[in-house]
Design a protein around this ligand. Structure first.
Ligand code: AMP
Length: 281
């Protein structure tokens, strides 16, 4: 497996692969890999001739300096795991190579990113959209793989790719969870034992809403309030938002129709976690 850090070299390799008619698949990650990331790499492996995983903790998508400083990093472990999952190439540029002095170009997806994560994390999606555009430009993928866990992110990337005619397919794969329902996240490692015990309340609240919808509940506010009340039963949880909204626009709903999603964000001590489920009627 190859590890490439120079953006110009990455582009050269991607162009060579394209000339040889190889399909390139891309899995953008910030490392600290877990089964969620690896599920994306495995799928990328099966659907493409060149499976590229990126390893880059993108400074411009962090709205809090302390969050960036303590983001877990373990490139040696990540490299070994990515290789086992079938990655052919790891693209791991340095921050200085991505954003050298004088760097001035940013990508903003309007509307979709105003709410929820966008409202609570100023600049976050601008950072995500910018880095993804740069990674797509350097790696020239036919397909890029994202997790449903970051629902709003996946939607924003789809919008970005369509709006800028980037000509690649965005594949979104289901959230991988711990046995107790907690969505895998690199940040879970930062939870104290007590917070870790309480964190599954997020998925429990979401699954309860899913079954309420299956049993006929259609009032969005009843569902939203139910999710929030369940999360509040965990004493270490501080709710950032709970939303029951349209799956495509992320506008809050009054009644549940065919295309609803429930999104949550809450802090457990200093660790902020997000989760979501589709609400199928
Ligand atoms: P990150 O390293 O957190 O930027 O995540 C890289 C990719 O992995 C993103 O597309 C995430 O949505 C995805 N991802 C993170 N956690 C999970 C999970 N538990 N299940 C599936 N995909 C995930």
């Amino acid at each position: 497996m190859r590890i490439v850090s120079d953006p110009a070299r990455m582009l050269q390799l991607a162009e060579e692969a394209r000339r040889e008619g190889k399909s390139i698949g891309l899995v953008p990650t910030m490392g600290a890999l877990h089964e969620g990331h690896l599920s994306l790499v495995r799928r990328c492996r099966t659907e493409n001739e060149l499976a590229v995983m990126t390893l880059f903790v993108n400074p411009i998508q962090f709205d809090r300096r302390d969050d960036l400083a303590r983001y877990p990093r373990d490139p040696d472990r990540d490299t070994a795991l990515a290789q086992t999952a079938g990655a052919d190439l790891i693209y791991a540029p340095a921050a200085e190579a991505m954003y050298p002095p004088g760097y001035a170009t940013y990508v903003t997806v309007e509307g979709l990113t105003d709410r929820w994560e966008g409202a609570t994390r100023p600049g976050h999606f601008r950072g995500v959209a910018t880095v993804c555009t740069k990674l797509f430009a350097a790696c020239r993928p036919y397909r890029a793989y994202f997790g449903q866990k970051d629902y709003q992110q996946a939607l924003a990337i789809r919008r970005l790719v369509a709006d800028l005619n980037l000509g690649l397919e965005i594949v979104v794969l289901p959230t991988v969870r711990e046995a107790d329902g907690l969505a895998l996240s690199s940040r879970n490692a930062l939870l104290t034992r007590q917070e870790r015990r309480q964190a599954p309340v997020l998925s429990q609240a979401l699954f309860a809403a899913q079954s309420a919808v299956r049993s006929g509940e259609r009032d969005a506010e009843t569902l939203r309030a139910g999710i929030e009340a369940t999360i509040r039963t965990a004493e270490s949880a501080v709710v950032d938002y709970v939303a029951v909204c349209d799956r495509d626009t992320l506008e809050p709903l009054v009644r549940i129709g065919r295309r609803a999603v429930a999104l949550v964000a809450a802090r457990f001590g200093s660790v902020r976690l997000i989760d979501n489920v589709l609400l199928d009627v």
